[in-house]
Write a protein that binds this ligand. Structure first.
Ligand SMILES: *Cc1c(COP(=O)(O)O)cnc(C)c1O
Length: 361
């Protein structure tokens, strides 16, 4: 089989070197004679690996000491429930900024647990999809927290500047943008991310939470969703997703060897710039998102002649460029180009797009 570049939005491609390493030690990890997934999460050897993965993530993101890092189950959607259960006390309300489909889903789930104030910031015109600038968001100064999604995976919309919430804890769903560019973690109360976009396999969720936000959970919070319980038990109150944790650790090592987030950010910028340039320079493809809010991870584009969609998908797949179909609610195409997507993959996609346009035009 010749080389495939997988543009899936999630679960997404992993670095080939990481998977080769996992394969090599799959049935005999560190001379234990066992697979890492067969070992007790409380064994010294597993705990050492787990601690190293956390230390590497802390280093990669420069996470301050007054933040806990939790390795949880339940995916991004699990956090849609866990966040209000832990951070939204009775008598308070939370601001949910809605910029696309994931932030909307988070708001709808949070409503099951408390008082939610939805702030819709979409500001579309006939020709462009845009957002209200964060300084004009009508935030409630007494809110328990402000929730937003810096990168809308489905819509391809990114909010680059970290909003200023005037001291109200800021909660961010970074499922599809974590580790893709440098951020100042101290500006956030809580960051969460399902692993399957930029970290590792699905089944693992990372939560980074400021310590003063722990310990206020609703009494009915399931223990496996209680941040304080998880923090007090080093994410091992119940059996954590051990194999996913191990693979995430390998990805963190890979990223450190590449030079860390600072270096991957440059590659990510270059990949996105090349692809948007190719789209904008053609009269055949289109991306209607306001350039200042364009995602660098998930790039949707539309063929102006939609009747060619299926042919585009069939031929791109045959050319080894897989999973380019857009999300069903927005249609068209979507290229997800997370950290693991090499620059050559994006160049191969652009070359294919140009060839396809010439051929059918
Ligand atoms: C993928 C994704 C989710 C959902 O993650 P699950 O692990 O499937 O629950 C939530 N938010 C964002 C921004 C995502 O990209």
């Amino acid at each position: 089989m010749s080389e495939v570049f997988n543009f899936c939005a999630g679960p997404a491609m992993l670095p080939t070197t990481v998977m080769a390493k996992a394969q090599q030690e799959f049935i005999n990890w560190q001379n234990t004679g066992s697979s890492v997934m067969e070992l007790s999460h409380r064994s010294d050897i597993f705990m050492a690996m787990a601690a190293k993965a956390e230390a590497d993530l802390r280093e990669l993101m420069a996470i301050p000491d007054n933040y806990k890092v939790l390795f949880c189950h339940g995916g991004g959607r699990g956090q849609f429930s866990a966040v209000p259960l832990n951070l939204l006390p009775q008598g308070k309300s939370a601001d949910y900024v809605v910029s696309g489909s994931w932030s909307k889903a988070a708001a709808i789930e949070a409503k099951n647990f408390g008082d939610v104030n939805i702030i819709n910031i979409n500001q579309d015109t006939d020709t462009q999809l845009s957002l209200v600038d964060s300084k004009d968001w009508p935030l409630n100064p007494d809110a328990a927290y402000v929730h937003y999604c810096p990168n809308e995976t489905v819509n391809g919309i990114e909010i680059n500047a970290i909003p200023d919430t005037n001291g109200v804890p800021l909660v961010a769903d970074m499922s599809s943008t974590i580790l893709s560019h440098q951020i100042d973690v101290s500006k956030f109360g809580l960051i969460y991310a399902g692993a399957q976009k930029n970290i590792g396999p699905s089944g693992l969720t990372i939560v980074i939470v400021r310590e003063d936000l722990l310990g206020h959970a609703h009494t009915a919070t399931p223990c496996i969703m209680n941040y304080k319980t998880s923090a007090d038990n080093d994410s091992m109150y119940n059996t954590p997703p051990t194999y996913a944790w191990y693979l995430a650790g390998l990805v963190f090592t890979w990223l450190k060897e590449l030079g860390g987030v600072k270096e991957i950010e440059k590659v990510n910028q270059e990949k996105a710039a090349l692809l948007y340039q190719a789209i904008d320079n053609s009269s055949f493809y289109l991306n209607a998102i306001d350039p200042q809010y364009r995602s660098k991870m998930n790039i949707p584009f539309w063929l102006k002649d939609e009747s060619l969609n299926q042919q585009f998908l069939d031929e791109s797949e045959a050319a080894g460029l897989t999973a380019l179909q857009g999300h069903r609610i927005v249609g068209g195409m979507r290229a997800s180009i997370y950290n693991a997507m090499p620059l050559e993959g994006v160049k191969a996609l652009i070359a294919f797009m140009e060839k396809f346009e010439k051929k059918v035009n």
